[in-house]
Each structure stands twice: as structure tokens, then as C-alpha cells.
Ligand binder design. Structure first.
Ligand code: SAH
Length: 351
């Protein structure tokens, strides 16, 4: 049995799989057939790929593997039909993935994790509370999308958001490789514009991303209009303070001609007052951007609450009157701890 991760088909982009088949002396169209079984039919077992010749069905498992994580738990929200999967990876680490169907607008979104744990320790986020363990390989990210696709029955996945556990830009090479596979017509065929990367503001990687020529959506977690407010809840602000982050974002917009979405969690008494709203308006004035306000989803380790509905609307109004496009995201899956910031790797202890 070929079990090393380098032999995992899910760690290869479709082009890499074709090259691998060539190297193994197998006809190129066989790679297309295997890709079709995995990405179209949801079959992850070579022995069930019935249009492959019998000798090939026997040979493939000796040289390649298809490593799917084990589903340890599955929770479906009563409220909004989103489903959270707790997945156990080959080495025993766990991550979470959320599938969010929106049938009315025919949108099926998957929120994927990119790391086990997280280095960035944002005070309000569950994902980094136990520290960082490791980066996920592309195959481990792709497998999350496949399992969500299996849940969607015959509905096509339309959107991918890199907003699960971890900091996607801190796992940059695997992130880019994953995006290529998501894009590929031989795999998911999801356009870059339907893929959102959310970052806590890793400046050098935002700069690198602006040179990739990708049409992806970029979301930046801001959460404070100045270094005092942002720095109090996001340690990353020490390395990349607000001014530097905003300047980098402006350059990103100029270079890519694409708008940026700033995510701003509203936490009562921390960053959600009228003063912060006005300061935020001044900070972003004139920039091609949008703000997405997210009322804080409580986690045990950060005992705060979201402001009232009226306060949220008031905050939004101040920004809009200042000319900043602003939406409010009422997170999905709160009843199953699957909302923004509530995902965590279960049972991990710092080694
Ligand atoms: N590391 C990336 C992606 C993961 S978080 C990032 O920081 O952007 C995805 C979004 O959820 C971010 O905007 C994050 O700040 C937000 N989030 C984290 N904890 C939250 C919480 N408790 N309530 C609401 N949103 C939260």
C-alpha cells in the first residue's frame, strides 16, 4: 500500500497527476479517468474505478493512494442547514470544515481549514487558542472540499472561503497549489472570483499575492481602526501595524485592480463605538474596498459580547454615510459552534 503523502493523488494538481502517470508509463487518458472518478463521481477507491483495466486497478494502489480523512463527527445546524465536519487526518490531527448551502440563491459554500491550530493568537478566535501544530498539505485541504461536495448531494459547489482554522497566507505554497486545483476543469472548475482568501494581515504575503495575477477575492481581518484597539486583540499588529497594513492593501488594489473586503468583528466595549466607526471611515476613505461587519461570536476564552442590533446598524450607518460600502454578516452555524472564529482542532495539547 502506497501511503506516503507524496504518493497521495490529492496532493497532486491534475497536471501533476498526468505527469506522474506518464512517468509510470500509464496512458494519459487514464489520469483523466481517475480525476473524473474522484472529482465528479466521488469515488476514492481505485478498485471501484470500473472503466480502468483490471491490471491497472490492481497496480495503482501499489504506487499511489487516495487519502481521505476520517469523519469523526458531523453536526448539522437546525437554523440554517450548515454542516460542520470534524475530520481526523492520517497522522491523527483534527481540523474542521463547514458546508454552507444557500438554496435560495443556488450558492453552496465550503469554509476550509489550512492549518492545524494557528500561530496568530487573535484573542477572540478559537482556532489559535491551543497554538500552532502544522501546515496542511494540499491533499488535506482538497479532501475537505471533496467531503463537503459529497454532502451537497448533486448540487455543485460554487464558493470556497479560506476562513476555517489557520492563516492561509502562512501556508502560501500549498494555498496557491490548492487554488490551482480548485480552478482546474479536471477537478472542481471553481473560478478564482468565487474563492476568498481571508488573512489576519500578513503584509509580505499580501504583497506576494498581488504579483500572482490571480482573480481571487481578498478579505483582510482588520478589527480595529488604530494600533491601540487592533493591537489589544491581534498580536500580529505588532509585526504589521495598521498604517503598514492599509498601505499594503492600497498597493494591492492598485496593482490587481481588485477591491478588498475588510472584515471587522464588532465586540461591545472593545472596538464597536461611534468613535471607532468614524476613525475607520477616515482610515479607508477613497480606497476601493468594502467592509464586512461581523457581530462577535462568543468563545469561552474571550468573555465579551456583540453589541446590540441597534448598535450594529448605527455603526454600519456611520460608515455608509462616510461613503464606505458596508455589509453585516450574521454568521451561519452558531448553534453548532461552526460560526466564524468558533472552529478549533479538538483535543490537541501543545507538544
Ligand atoms: N486567519 C484568517 C482566516 C480565519 S478567520 C483571518 O484571520 O482572516 C475568518 C474570519 O473570522 C476572520 O475575519 C476572523 O477574524 C473572524 N473571526 C475570528 N473569530 C471570530 C469570532 N469569535 N467571532 C466572529 N468572527 C470571528
Amino acid at each position: 500500500m502506497a501511503s506516503e503523502s507524496s504518493n497521495n493523488v490529492l496532493n497532486l494538481t491534475p497536471d501533476q497527476l498526468k505527469a506522474k502517470f506518464k512517468e509510470l508509463g500509464i496512458e494519459a487518458y487514464r489520469a483523466d479517468q481517475v480525476l473524473d472518478w474522484i472529482y465528479e463521481k466521488g469515488v476514492y477507491d481505485f478498485s471501484k474505478m470500473t472503466n480502468l483495466s483490471l491490471p491497472l486497478r490492481e497496480k495503482l494502489p501499489t504506487v499511489l493512494s487516495i487519502q481521505m480523512p476520517e469523519q469523526v463527527a458531523r453536526h448539522k445546524s437546525d437554523g440554517d442547514q450548515s454542516t460542520k465536519l470534524l475530520l481526523k487526518l492520517a497522522n491523527g490531527d483534527t481540523v474542521e470544515t463547514v458546508y454552507m448551502p444557500m438554496p435560495k440563491v443556488d450558492r453552496q459554500t465550503v469554509c476550509v481549514s489550512t492549518q492545524v491550530g494557528c500561530k496568530f493568537h487573535c484573542a477572540f478566535c478559537a482556532s489559535g487558542q491551543n497554538g500552532f501544530f502544522r501546515n496542511l498539505k494540499m491533499g488535506e485541504i482538497i479532501a475537505q472540499v471533496l467531503l463537503a461536495r459529497d454532502l451537497s448531494k448533486n448540487k455543485k459547489l460554487t464558493n470556497i472561503v479560506f476562513m476555517g482554522i489557520g492563516e492561509p497566507l502562512d501556508n502560501y505554497p500549498e494555498l496557491l497549489k490548492t487554488i490551482r486545483t480548485l480552478n482546474s476543469k479536471n477537478a472542481f472548475g471553481i473560478g478564482a472570483r468565487k474563492i476568498t482568501i481571508s488573512t489576519c494581515g500578513v503584509v509580505p504575503k499580501i504583497e506576494a499575492l498581488s504579483d500572482e495575477g490571480l482573480q481571487v477575492e481578498l478579505s483582510v481581518s482588520l478589527h480595529g481602526p488604530n494600533d491601540t484597539v487592533r493591537g489589544a486583540v491581534m498580536p500580529v499588529n505588532q509585526a504589521y501595524p495598521v498604517r503598514m497594513l492599509i498601505d499594503t492593501c492600497k498597493k494591492y488594489v492598485k496593482k490587481t485592480k481588485r477591491s478588498i473586503t475588510f472584515e471587522y468583528i464588532l465586540i461591545k466595549g472593545v472596538n464597536a463605538g461611534e468613535r471607532e466607526a468614524r476613525e475607520l471611515t477616515r482610515l479607508l476613505k477613497g480606497m476601493l474596498c468594502k467592509i464586512n461587519l461581523i457581530p462577535y461570536n462568543p468563545i469561552e476564552e474571550f468573555p465579551h459580547v456583540a453589541p446590540s442590533y441597534e448598535e450594529v446598524v448605527n455603526f454600519q450607518q456611520i460608515l455608509q454615510e462616510g461613503g464606505i460600502r458596508t455589509t453585516v454578516r450574521f454568521s451561519k452555524g452558531q448553534d453548532i459552534q461552526a460560526a466564524c472564529g468558533q472552529l478549533r482542532s479538538i483535543g490537541l495539547k501543545k507538544k
